[in-house]
Design a protein. Structure first.
Length: 205
């Protein structure tokens, strides 16, 4: 009588182990698939460096986009118009999340020799360069990915800052702010034509 019972217990044990093994393999394969899906590189124009977004490896600035590339500076950084190279410095948006889960941006300057990072301005995003070459930034901009129209926490967070957006022009050679101007919602809708497609002199004038 005991032998069939032992055999049944052994069978159940084997099935449990087998099920656990299948679950482990399934999760592992799903993780691998997820890694491949979230592993993107974006070139920093004018440099040999790349911005990497990955679900497994650290996000940051790398010296290439292959498996042997080295992480030079960890962080979640912008690219394209969110990064400006001037001489040996990289001005770039760095993104992080608040305790409420909202994303915000800080403007940092990275030394491309040492990869030391310096904070330039909080709650600020690079919008591009104006026609005369200055970096155009905006402070107080609620990032679209925070869904400001429906996200109550985003609206609450915005109330703690400036009620108007502030446009800042930065000299890329020195990192110094050379002009500031508060803008209205109407000006925000025509941002490119008002600030990016004109020289600093025209903006001031």
């Amino acid at each position: 009588m005991t032998k069939p019972k032992f055999t049944m217990n052994a069978f159940v044990l084997v099935m449990v182990i087998f099920s656990a093994l299948i679950l482990f393999v399934t999760v592992k394969l799903s993780g691998i698939a997820g890694r491949e899906a979230i592993n993107s590189y974006y070139e920093i124009e004018g440099t040999p460096y790349w911005i990497r977004y990955s679900s497994v490896l650290p996000n940051g600035i790398y010296n290439g986009k292959d498996k042997t590339s080295d992480l030079l500076l960890e962080g979640t950084f912008g690219y394209d118009w969110g990064a400006v190279v001037s001489g040996n410095y990289l001005y770039i948006n760095e993104y992080a999340s608040s305790s409420f889960g909202n994303m915000y941006s800080t403007l940092v300057r990275v030394d491309l020799d040492t990869f030391e990072k310096q904070l330039v301005a909080k709650d600020t995003v690079i919008r591009g360069r104006c026609a005369s070459g200055e970096i155009v930034c905006e402070k107080g901009l609620i990032l679209p990915l925070n869904h400001p129209d429906t996200n109550r926490m985003t609206r609450l967070y915005s109330l703690t800052g400036e009620s108007r957006a502030l446009v800042t022009f930065i000299d890329p050679a020195t990192g110094e702010t050379v002009y500031r101007e508060y803008i209205s919602e109407e000006q925000e809708r025509h941002f490119d034509s008002l600030f990016l497609e004109r020289t600093l002199g025209e903006v001031k004038g």
